[in-house]
Structures are given as C-alpha cells and as structure tokens.
Ligand binder design. Sequence first.
Ligand code: GLU
Length: 444
Amino acid sequence: MKMLTSVMEQVIKRNPNEPEFHQAVKEVLESLEVVAQKNPQWVKEGIFDRIVEPERQIIFRVPWVDDNGDVQVNRGFRVQFNSSIGPYKGGLRFHPSVNVGIIKFLGFEQIFKNSLTGLPLGGGKGGSDFDPKGKSDGEIMRFCQSFMSELYRHIGESTDVPAGDIGVGGREIGYMYGMYRKIRNEFTGILTGKGLTWGGSLVRTEATGYGVCYFMDEAMKSIKGKSFDGATVVVSGSGNVAIYATEKVHQLGGKVVALSDSSGYIHDAEGIKLDTVKKIKEIERKRISEYVKYHPNATYTEGCNGIWSIKCDVALPCATQNELNGEAAKMLVDNGCYGVGEGANMPSTPEAVEIFIKNGVVFGPGKAANAGGVATSGLEMCQNSMRYSWSFEEVDAKLKDIMVNIYKSASEAAKEYGQENNLVIGANVAGFLKVATAMSAQGV
Ligand code: GLU
C-alpha cells in the first residue's frame, strides 16, 4: 500500500479543475514514496499533507484603462506556497492562460527548485490572465501599476520577492518597481530582475538560459561522456530563456538550428543567427517568423509540435508547460537525441518523461535544470542586502557553481534511493529533504 495515495486524493478533491497542479504534485509524490517509507515520522507530522497546501493564496482585481479609454479588468494572483526555508520567491506570469491552477503548479515546483539552489528561498508564484501581446507601452505601464497597487501590501524583501516569468521582463519589472517605490517610499529589493542602474544583478537576464546549459553540460559529461561541443541542438521558444540558452550553446561549441514561438518554428540548418533573433524579439517585439526575411535559407513552419521532428543531439524545451508530448519524445529518441534539458517549467508531459527515462536520455527536469534564473535572483537579493554589486564574472562563476551543485545533489539523491541517473526522482527528493527537515523542526 502506497503511503502517499491519500495525499494525492485530497489534492484532487480540494483543487478541482486544476490539471496542471495535479500533474506537478503527482510527479513529486511518486518520487517521494520511497522517502515516506524511510521516514514514517514525516507522514505522522503531516509534512506531505502540508507541503501540497499553499500557505496563502491571494486573488485580486486588476482594473486598468486601455488606449481607447475603455476600462479593462484582469485577475491577479499571488500564491505564497512555502516559506519554511526563506521568503517566498518566484516569478510573475502575464499570459491569457493564467488561472489559479497554473499559478499553483508553478508555485509548487518553485518550492523544490528554490531549495535545490542551496540558497535561503521559499516558494511562490503569481501573475495575471492579462495578455501583453499587441498592447502599447502605455497600456503595459498602466496595467503593471494597477497590479502593483494591490500586490505591494503582500510582498517585501523578507516576506515575498517576485520576479519575471512568461510575459514579464525588464520593462514590466521597472513599471512595477516604480509603483512600489511611490506607494511605500522605500528603495528595497522587493523584486528581482531589476535594471542594472537600480539594483539589478549582472547575469540575471542570461541566467536561466546559461544555467540550463551549465546543468546539461555537467549531466551529459558525467552520465554519457558527452558535451555541447559539436552537438546539434533544438531549442523551443524565443523568449529570454531560449535566447540565452542559444547564446551559451554557441559559446560551448554547439549549434542551435531551431527556435519557435506560439505560432510556429524556424529551422536554420547553418545555425541560428542570434543577433537577428535578439533584434526581432528584444527590440522590435515581433514574431519569430520575421527571421526568414533576413535569412532566406532558413524555413518557417506554422504550428509548434513539428520542431521536435528536426534531428538533433540535444533538445532544450524553453517555451511553456506540456509543449513536448509522448509522440514528440519518441521522434527525438528515434532521431538519436541523447540529452533533454527543460528550460521551461514542466514542458514535457508525463508520457514524454517516461520515454526519455526508459531510453536512457540524459533528462534534466525543469526544477533542477532551469533553477539558474531564480538562483541568480537569490544572488540579486544578496547584493541588494549588502548594497553592493558583483562583476559579471563573479556572478557567472557563482551561477555555474550552483548549477553543478544542483546536478550533484540530484544525482546523489537518485543514487541513494536506488534510481541512479534518474534526475527527476533525484531533484524531487533532494529539493524535498531540505524543506521537510525545516518544516519538521519548526512544528505544525
Ligand atoms: N520565473 C523564473 C522561474 O520559473 C524565475 C523566478 C525568480 O527569479 O524568482 O524560476
């Protein structure tokens, strides 16, 4: 009889219509079954029942006025999931698909991810169903200001420190920080991903993408004796994570041949020219299909799943949840892909993960492989507390160190629990142990 079945049943009963949250919890509880068997006192103390229930969930109205003078109303969320090892920490996502279940799945994952970084960071997540696509700069600013005019009362440098995620980058963080400063009359590190002249950290922009590559490089070397050098790589997405993963793959001697957005994907067999992508996405904020206008040898294909049919050695899904299904995983394996690193949060479906593990693909799950972003946010908080800043080289070296250590913790935990090289189980167990120990010590 499994010890954690009742925990999962309760999650489903208490949180109906939240499939992504159920999916994230199920994967973690399955990994933790062995931990529960070994530590029955934690079952008795209700650690598993408590860890799946957010400490606090905030849902609020975000009214704003569009360029036509019409009033728009969106819904804002902040889920403060677990603060047993540090202040709540996690990004804000602005995307029409956002609902409480999506934010809860992301917040739940963040608990384990943040624990794995080795830094004192609790888990949280937030966002809104606001769609930034096609909005003017003024509309984005008014939305962000309205969002912060409610969020400010729930956050603080020692309470909860949000950051970016899909749809929230430097521009949005700037507008939100400005509003916080006006309301509170204080200059403190209450958000990360800030601009470099007002408390931001060098490498934060690059950190998630670079971190995925540092993690995968270490994992592929240790498990298979392979690296990015000479590898052909497919990266999905074309946001911040995808762009800087591509940059690092190129620095490490690999070649990225494809990128995508929610409409379709580009394939450039000669290697993606990153300057063009940065111009299209970071400056012009246009669609990835524009790329073929500059590089006619490249192709653009409508639809997203086809990107996984491109032959590659390593795949880095950096777009969004459940973007890579069982069928796509099979195509990758059949084409000889030996490494998959999740730059996005939960981009592989459970069927896809099973196929990768069964076929001996080096699989870096998001909560380990993409932890570089939040880790560097932790370093930003550290610099803010000191009122000091480190050089690019210093932060980059710390980031690399953290990613290598995450791999080692996950790998050692997997081995200890009899699942060598299964980094899904390893990451879940290693992330959990630290949080569970803290929760146990602090009482019910
Ligand atoms: N949104 C990122 C993540 O999924 C970064 C969070 C942060 O920096 O707080 O981990």
